[in-house]
Design a binder for this molecule. Structure first.
Ligand code: PLP
Length: 514
């Protein structure tokens, strides 16, 4: 008999379950997957492996395995027969965890200096286990009560470093900085062109073509523009100075030239911590210009907004209280698992401007004491993870100091590394670092720059293959550079010195072999 026939009558249902599912208990199938004792056993297996993983401080970069080989290994685990109940599951689980931990970037190693994601505060990982196990989607208060209350708490905790009047601002969490910026720019667009949401672009006739002005912008900003119907040609590039900040003197003339060409710049995007080299734009003065020109100022603080929690470094975000919106990736420089982005709006009302819709099954016309905590009207996600929990728990238990100390250490380390490079004749620095990203080049005297446009890239790739250090590369003024990002407090100056030695060795080998 098919399930369909059986389920037509509710009376038959318990019998059906009894016969078809409970029977499986003897062979060890479905229901064991939900057995709480087995859950505990599995967690213990995983936790002891993670403990070992976290305790390993060896210097490692990345070991890239041929993906087809890895695919084969993964399939072999899948296809291995399950032994008896319990032990078979456990063996497979162990094999999977081993393979998972062994492959990919060793983010806890002092050899990892390549990117902006970070080894996490381990407690945050534990909270993520709770998030995933109890699975409370957080767009609505009724489904995720604590996460929604906690967002309110964290908004006020972090506002200590911004300084807005309580009740006047808003914070929304989004699944990543790219989505946060898209959301903010949508709010900006709807604010400046209120008819657009209902009438589409035909509503804009006679108002010029909507445009966005940007500095050294992350690629997510032109993607957001594309999604919003702002063409590539409607992205106005603001000139940068030698520190890769938006050049203040050139902002007004550039905006005026754009207006001459029929562009209606409704938003400007500045950065606090650019991806290239963590440059900080002068947001206070940009906010004044934006206000004068009636432009929405959005700040991409994905990487650098965390400096707000550091007494000694907060000044780099001077003027943050004047911007209309900004994003802050806690999954980068607040050391919680991906993803957790905080999107702040200076004006609470405007945080409801990104999306307009009626969906009577979820949205209430008259908010009550519960639904006023719903976030769904402000965020794009329908089902949404309780993103704030990892940050709130670590913040509650360890306090601001953990974050501030680690960030200050990483910024200091970067300054010292810069100091060392300045002393070394065969290295060239390209900027005085503002945060924890440092770009530089290896230029020994037996190296002819013209003959080697790809030299830095070759060094970086060889370094990656050797597996001791993982660093990245980036173009500055059209020239390839090596780039280190210090995200790990286990990195010490000796590790950086070791990296320089490796770079020299590899660089010289490349030169000899041509
Ligand atoms: C990482 C980053 C982004 C993108 O954020 P996601 O959270 O990865 O979507 C945008 N801008 C800057 C400056 C970044 O560092």
């Amino acid at each position: 008999m098919s399930w369909h026939n059986q389920s037509e009558s509710l009376e038959v249902l318990p019998n059906f379950l009894e016969e078809n599912l409970l029977d499986d208990r003897t062979t060890g199938l479905q229901l064991d997957a939900f057995n709480p004792q087995l859950f505990r056993k599995n967690v213990e297996v995983v936790v002891s492996k993670l403990e070992e993983y976290l305790a390993d401080s060896s210097i490692r970069g990345i070991e890239l395995i041929n993906p087809y080989k890895l695919l084969q290994q993964a399939k072999e685990i899948m296809n291995a027969p399950n032994k008896t109940w319990g032990s078979g599951e456990q063996e497979k689980l162990e094999a999977i965890i081993d393979l998972y931990l062994k492959t990919g970037i060793a983010i806890h190693s002092p050899g990892y200096m390549g990117r902006q994601f970070s080894g996490v505060i381990p407690l945050a990982g534990i909270i993520d286990l709770v998030n995933s196990t109890i699975n409370q989607p957080s767009s609505f208060y009724e489904a995720a009560q604590l996460p929604n209350v906690v967002e309110e708490i964290m908004a006020h905790e972090l506002n200590q470093f911004i300084g807005w009047e309580p009740g006047t601002f808003a914070m929304v969490t989004t699944s990543g900085g790219s989505l946060g910026t898209l959301t903010a720019l949508l709010a900006a667009r709807n604010d400046k062109f209120p008819q657009l949401w209902s009438q589409g672009f035909s509503a804009l006739e006679g108002q010029g073509r909507p445009a966005i002005a940007v500095g050294d912008a992350h690629y997510s900003i032109s993607r957001a523009a594309g999604i919003l119907g702002i063409g590539e040609e409607q992205i106005v590039r603001l000139p940068l100075n030698e520190k890769k900040q938006i050049c203040l003197e050139k902002v007004r003339p550039t905006l005026e030239a754009a207006a001459q060409k029929g562009l209606n710049v409704f938003a400007m995007v500045a950065s606090t911590g650019t991806t290239t080299m963590a440059a900080f734009d002068p947001i206070e003065q940009l906010a004044d210009i934006a206000q004068e020109k009636n432009i929405w100022l959005h700040v991409d603080g994905c990487h650098g907004a965390s400096l707000l929690v550091c007494d000694q470094l907060r000044h780099k975000l001077k003027g943050i209280e004047k911007v209309d919106s900004f994003v802050w990736d806690a999954h980068k420089t607040m050391f919680v698992p991906g993803v957790c982005t905080l999107l702040f709006y200076k004006n609470k009302e405007k945080s409801y401007g990104a999306f307009h819709q009626d969906a009577s099954y979820v949205f209430e016309k008259q908010p009550d004491v519960y639904t006023q905590f719903d976030r769904a009207q402000q965020n794009f996600e329908c089902t949404k993870r309780p993103l704030i929990m990892n940050l709130w728990v670590t913040w509650s238990i360890y306090g601001r100091k953990l974050f501030a100390d680690k960030l200050e250490y990483l910024c200091q380390l970067t300054k010292e590394a810069y100091g060392i490079l300045e002393q070394e004749k065969d290295f060239e620095t390209v900027h005085d670092p503002e945060m924890n990203i440092l770009c530089f080049r290896y230029c020994p005297s037996n190296f002819d720059e013209k003959a080697w446009p790809e030299f830095q890239v070759m060094i970086r790739n060889r370094l990656k293959e050797e597996g001791t250090f993982f660093i990245s590369k980036v173009n500055v003024n059209g020239k390839a550079c090596l780039r280190v990002v210090f995200m790990n407090h286990k990195i010490e100056m000796d590790h950086f010195q070791l990296l320089l030695r490796e770079i020299r060795k590899i660089g010289q080998e490349i030169i000899q072999n041509v």
